[in-house]
Each structure stands twice: as C-alpha cells, then as structure tokens.
Ligand binder design. Structure first.
Ligand code: FES
Length: 116
C-alpha cells in the first residue's frame, strides 16, 4: 500500500463540529476517497481540534505529508501558516473540488483557499 501524500484535517471543535456539523464533511470525504482510485491510499482524513477561525466553519486543512510526517500527529503551527491548504466555510461541493484538485492533482484551489 502506498504512503498517504495528504492528510485532510477537518475541524471538529465546538463551532465546526457542533454548530456547523463538520462530521458530515468527514463522512463524505471518506466516501469520496474510498471510491476514487486517485485518492484511495493517498489521502487520509483526520479530525483537528480548532483552527481558531470558528465563525467561518466548517473549516479544514490539506496537509501535505512528507516522508517523516505522521498523519496521527497534529501539524506544527508553522505548517498551518506555511502551506496553502486552509479551506474555510466548506460544503459538499467545495469538498469535492478540494479533494479532486488539491489532493488528487496537487493543485491548490485558489478561489477557495484562504490565509491561515
Ligand atoms: S471550531 Fe473549527 S475553527 Fe474553531
């Protein structure tokens, strides 16, 4: 099995999780990843506690995984700041685009990504 290249971190903090229902995004992301050959095995989904952008939720971050990166460990703050991978205000349509374009082809979705 190939090593994952991306970790999709979906916020499940009090705002994104409770107010904005981010668990639906997690379930949908896992379904899309499982059905797409270009994503299965290369992208994993993990929850994240809070990005500090609660009013914009549900929020997620696409983290590129290097050789030593463990998807089960939260990224350092510098990674969140450095990588263009923070996607606020997600819905199902936006999630499909991010998975296909960013995780599938390695291209940031410019009209959806935001500074962290
Ligand atoms: S609860 Fe999601 S950014 Fe704070």
């Amino acid at each position: 099995m190939s090593k994952p290249r991306y970790c999709l971190r979906v916020c499940d903090g009090p705002s994104c999780g409770v107010m904005h229902g981010s668990e639906r995004l997690v379930a949908l992301a896992e379904r899309i990843i499982a059905r797409e050959p270009g994503l299965a095995g290369t992208t994993v989904v993990r929850n994240y506690t809070c990005f500090g952008r609660c009013d914009d939720g549900p929020n997620m971050f696409v983290q590129p995984l290097g050789p030593g990166d463990d998807p089960d460990r939260d990224p350092e703050f510098e990674v969140l700041e450095r990588e263009r991978g923070f996607y606020p205000g997600m819905d199902e349509t936006k999630l499909e685009r991010v998975l296909t374009q960013h995780c599938g082809r390695g291209e940031v979705v410019d009209d959806l990504v935001d500074d962290y």
